[in-house]
Design a binder for this molecule. Structure first.
Ligand code: ATP
Length: 229
């Protein structure tokens, strides 16, 4: 079976500085995969190359059987890559509704369905994104990615900077999306939350994949060695 996303031996550079030295990862149809690694190990850079916000040099990235090497970033969303970027990046002066409708593409997800997923946004439809709490902005960022009706949802730092209650809600929504059959690639600091939702984990060290396997196989020795906890 070919994976929905297949990243093979990818290298990437910021100018002359190499950040990725050989990233391998795959996400199957309907699978949740956690991308892990200590700070600066290349998680965000890997996501940027997948979403075509920066080019890779060696290796290959295939999505839905298509080689992404020459794809432009705005076309990545058309192909079905839905990104929730680090730091959320909602359009600050647009309202919740405008943020959602600006991203909309035909499919299952609509403003009503996003609001049903995040009822807290119901009373905020006409509020500008920059007046929302951090948790509400993350809900909006996830909603906006869903409005593109992605085949793969990518969350970079799914719960960064959020309080425990909102974190719990975000993880519960990710689990609901998984149960609905969505394929997901997720980065977060919480190993416990990641391994609870993800079938598989991929760990990066110094810009390269150093371990990948089932979440159940991620032993305390491995987390100590590669994640420093
Ligand atoms: P974090 O958890 O801190 O976000 P990360 O695993 O996502 O870390 P990256 O942000 O991908 O790691 O960084 C990988 C490497 O690339 C690091 O050495 C970092 O310093 C470097 N890097 C990241 N962004 C840039 C940039 N815009 N210009 C130059 N180097 C960068």
């Amino acid at each position: 079976m070919t994976a929905l996303l297949e990243v093979d031996g990818v290298t990437a550079f910021y100018g002359s500085s190499q950040a990725l030295f050989g990233v391998d990862l795959a996400v199957g149809e309907g699978e949740v995969v956690a991308l892990m690694g200590r700070n600066g190990m290349g998680k965000t850079t890997t996501i940027r190359t997948i979403c075509r916000m920066m080019p890779h040099r060696d290796g290959s990235i295939a999505f839905a059987g298509r080689d992404l090497a020459r794809l432009l970033s705005h076309r990545a969303a058309w192909l079905g890559l839905g990104l929730v970027p680090e730091g959320r990046r909602c359009f600050p002066t647009l309202t919740v509704r405008e943020n959602l409708t600006a991203a909309a593409r035909a499919g299952h997800w609509s403003e009503e369905r996003v609001i049903a997923l995040f009822p807290q946004l119901a009373g905020r439809r006409h509020q500008k994104a920059n007046t929302l709490s951090g948790g509400e902005q993350q809900m909006l960022a996830i909603g906006r990615a869903l409005m593109t009706n992605p085949r793969l949802l990518i969350l970079d730092e799914a719960t960064e900077g959020l309080g425990p209650l909102v974190r719990r809600e975000i993880w519960s929504v990710i689990a609901q999306l998984k149960d609905a059959g969505l394929s997901i690639l997720v980065v977060d600091k919480s190993i416990a939350a990641l391994t609870a939702v993800a079938e598989r984990c991929v760990i990066l060290e110094k810009g390269a994949t150093c371990w990948s396997g089932l979440s159940a196989e991620l032993t305390p020795e491995l987390t100590q060695r590669y994640l420093g906890v």
